[in-house]
Design a protein around this ligand. Structure first.
Ligand SMILES: [Zn+2]
Length: 514
């Protein structure tokens, strides 16, 4: 099966073929590190992390670069407000950003995080090249790109140059014409600046991405990603600068993700793009203090990447519930088989013979899952297939089939349910194969990586001392022995609220993890 992706430039789905067979280069516009990211800023990294995993599964070697804009007007303003140096603010916010990526499982896949301030030499070289070619002009100590000189300006966004010139767009700084944008601008004495042929100054935002993508991935890159709000002017300008400088096509496939929306109070609760200026933002730290990284990732990937993501507490709660069905299945299977499903490194290509038609069904699911991902990386469709698989596998584990109503209405399975399921006679090998397949497919999207190991830091964060947790588990076990399942369930829920998951092993022992 070949992968097809929607290319913003051609406005249609195209068969994906990298410039160099077998090797894929991806550049994703990263954050301007002046304030903590909101959840919308993390959508791109989650999608492209998952996309990279999928490309690797298909046999490509992939290099993913996400830049850090650590010099920009907003950063300078914010540093002044906080009374700190720009580098200090940028350093702190960059670390926060990395922490969020780690939490979301989207850090390791990024090969390079180049910072603008570490690539000033490359930036100056390209700006000089554009001046030499007559595509850019110097006014005092500023340098501007002259869009009228670049053939094809507006192709990506579909905006005509005449419209822009006729429009009310204001002139930028000392630019000669509306639409012309700064490549380099003079820095005041108290602002960060670097020596250049035009005096002490700093780069414009757009040129940073042209310089860093070129340096780390070459003059023609396979895939350039970013939010749909970056199509104009940012990506349009990147094309003009990069192609104007190198004379080569800049990007083969443009992939733009939908924007995260949230109701805005000032607009009467209307759903609008999440933005600081509208005040309808959810800082990522806040979301991650309530839900774990896997839940946020699951929430994001449950929508096709080109569609807007409606953010709400209810939406995240629903994602947690949906993910809970998978986690419950894994617990049930662990109970029956005694094996940790997260450790299933690989299941065989062919199902166990005894699985019969169900085994064939699982393979069909796998094909459908992969087909969705090949169709413009439709993670929403793929997750839907996984859900179907999980439901059917759970039917296999329980004697009576679990109805759709039950699945829709219930939260985590009850202790009573767990115990009765553990007594069923499902063949452990069959169950492990079917469940292992779900785990493996989920991992192509960065899901089901398994519970986090308990570290000293996590233990320190526990609001209850460790012996208190163990006492609660003992109380719960005593209740279960008395068949007082209500009490047992209450204790389990209480522990779950503290972020502690219990696992009942077939031996009768209960272990816990976070
Ligand atoms: Zn960019």
């Amino acid at each position: 099966m070949s992968l097809r992706i929607y290319n913003t430039l051609s406005r249609k789905k195209e068969t994906f073929e990298p410039l160099v067979p077998g090797e894929v280069s991806i550049y994703l516009c990263g954050p301007t590190v002046y304030k903590e990211s909101h959840i919308g800023h993390l959508v791109g990294p989650i999608i492209f992390d998952a996309f990279k995993r999928y490309l690797q599964y298909k046999g490509f070697s992939v290099k993913l670069v996400v830049n850090i804009t650590d010099v920009e007007d907003k950063l300078i303003t914010q540093a002044k407000v906080e009374g700190v140096a720009v580098e200090e603010l940028a350093g702190r916010i960059t670390e926060l950003y990395f922490d969020s990526l780690r939490e979301l499982g989207a850090y390791e896949s990024v090969d390079e995080f180049p910072r603008a301030t570490e690539n000033i030499t490359e930036i100056i070289k390209i700006v000089q090249g554009l001046v030499d070619k007559g595509l850019a002009y110097v006014v005092d100590s500023d340098v501007y790109f002259e869009v009228a000189k670049f053939d094809g300006y507006g192709k990506l966004s579909g905006r005509k140059l005449e419209d822009q010139l006729a429009g009310t767009r204001q002139l930028q700084g000392k630019a000669k014409s509306p639409g012309d944008f700064a490549l380099w601008k003079e820095s005041k004495e108290d602002e960060p600046g670097w020596d250049s042929p035009w005096g002490r100054g700093r780069p414009g935002w757009h040129i940073e991405c042209s310089a860093m993508s070129m340096k780390y991935l070459g003059q023609t890159i396979d895939i350039h990603g970013g939010g749909q709000d970056l199509i104009f002017p940012h990506h349009e300008n990147e094309i003009a600068q990069s192609q104007g400088y190198s004379g080569k096509p800049f990007v083969r496939y443009w992939m733009h993700n939908g924007l995260t929306r949230m109701p805005t109070k000032a607009a009467g609760g209307a759903w609008q793009k999440m933005s600081k200026s509208l005040g309808n933002i959810m800082p990522i730290g806040e979301a991650l203090s309530e839900y774990d990284g896997e839940t946020v990732r699951f929430f994001v990937l449950s929508t096709h990447y080109r569609r807007p993501i409606p953010y709400s507490n209810e939406g995240l709660a629903n994602a947690a519930k949906a993910l809970g069905h998978f986690r419950d299945l894994f617990s049930v299977v662990e109970n029956i088989t005694g094996a940790n499903v997260y450790n299933l490194a690989q299941v065989s290509e062919e199902p166990p013979v005894e699985l019969g038609d169900f085994g064939k069904k699982c393979l069909e699911h796998k094909q459908r899952f992969l087909k969705h991902l090949d169709d413009d990386f439709n993670t929403a469709g793929a997750i839907g297939v996984l859900f179907d698989s999980a439901r059917k596998t759970r039917n296999l584990a329980s004697e009576g089939p679990v109805t759709d109503e039950e699945l829709a209405s219930e939260g985590p399975v009850t202790d009573e349910g767990l115990l009765s399921l553990a007594r069923k006679t499902a063949n452990p090998e069959d169950l492990l194969w079917a469940t292992g397949l779900i785990v493996q497919l989920g991992r192509l999207l960065g899901l089901f990586e398994g519970p986090k190991a308990i570290t000293i830091e996590i233990l320190d964060k526990l609001t209850l001392p460790r012996d208190r947790v163990e006492l609660l588990i003992e109380e719960r076990n005593a209740a279960r022995q008395k068949k007082d399942f209500d009490s047992a369930d209450t204790i389990r829920k209480k522990l779950a609220e503290m972020g502690i998951t219990l696992e009942d092993l077939p031996s009768g022992k209960t272990i816990w993890h976070m």
